[in-house]
Design a protein around this ligand. Sequence first.
Ligand code: AMP
Length: 462
Amino acid sequence: MSVKIQSFAAFGLDDSIMRAIDEMGYEKPTPIQAQAIPQVIAGGDVMGAAQTGTGKTAGFGLPLLQRLVPTANTSMSPARHPVRALVLTPTRELADQVHDNIRDYAKYTGLRTAVVYGGVDIKPQAETLRRGVEVLIATPGRLLDHIESRNTNLSQVQVVVLDEADRMLDMGFLPDISRILKLLPQSRQSLMFSATFSPEIKALAGNFLRSPKLIEVARENSTARTITQKVYEVHDSEKMDALLSLLDDDDCEDAKQILVFVNSKITCRRLARALEKEGIKADSIHGDKNQEERTKTLEAFKHEEVRVLVATDVAARGLDIAELPVVINFDVPFNAEDYVHRIGRTGRAGAKGVALMLVTAGADDKNVSAIEHLIKEKFHRIRLDVMPHRRSPARGPRKTYTPPPVSPVSSDPFFNQPYEPSEEALSRPQTPSKSLSSSKSSATPAKRKAPVAALLGGLIRK
Ligand code: AMP
């Protein structure tokens, strides 16, 4: 049933929250917000099948704050500021982005917010947690570290949110999630959001949520309707020239920010360097960069000092750049669901976006079919006859770009980001892998996804 709520005033949100919404410039709720906000305020569990960029953070963040406003206080005692709402996210970038939003929404409520994730110094996070915080956004591994060090505890959590739950399962976080869930009170409210809706996600929802209300704002596994998708067929050796042509072409020529996705860290580094040599302001963001470097690169991209940002999937989730106009898949993702997430970086919150993809006939066919099956759309492939790209004489002769060997990306839960083999491993003879296609891809047997029901055995809620 569609809900027609045209203004935030209709939700009866506290004045302190309404003031923040006003300041954010949100005029009316997005469809997911119109459905989720009343349901979460009422206290029920929610399963949100929401696409990226639909405004789902406010969909759960605003009502979650509404539920906590009565507990806000100015006491200096940490005991008066227990964690009352916990948001779990798969990546540091997403954690940061969710926290930025929730901190803005909570600005006038008097509630404290904090974010914790791995890869950065744990001490400042520990100090913040010990002072007390009502709303905590966290990646699972680092949260468990803090719990073990007794920097925080979860015994007073009223609301828990699993954001981008599909990604958390893909990244092998299920054991961590089930450990965390066991530490929460039974009488809590649970919300789960996922852009894609696989059988594993349904199983997790079945175990984790109690009579959830299903909220869907788009057809299952569809891509945002505001995104124009184009697929270009090129030979593998022409991909660099094809990219340069596309960057000069109608879809990109006026774009000040272009996000280019590749499948490996090595391609990421090399492609960014090759683009720079072409005189294009480019940089890369991937798992080998530390958090500080990533943040710096992102800021430069957001401020349009970098025009083309080349990224691996680690950047696919958390990035929220207002009105990002173009996303290019230089490589077809190995995991079909990553396609949905990658192109979800454009066309956000109703803005128009363009998603281009380079496809090599034969080599990419299996992965392209998996995407078509997932999004229930057949791509029309445009044959791109690539002329060797004309360089300005000032740039001098261009070195030939050789695409590096690429292995299937799989998950390394320890580092919270896609696992990739080292350069040394890549240079070793490769044995053929059977795990190229979509969600079946896995790393070593030890890192394979554990069966949902087995891991959540102790958690089944009646
Ligand atoms: P999300 O899907 O939560 O990542 O949100 C995507 C973008 O939409 C963010 O930049 C939000 O600030 C923005 N946004 C969320 N809700 C609204 C709204 N009601 N009106 C306008 N923009 C919004």
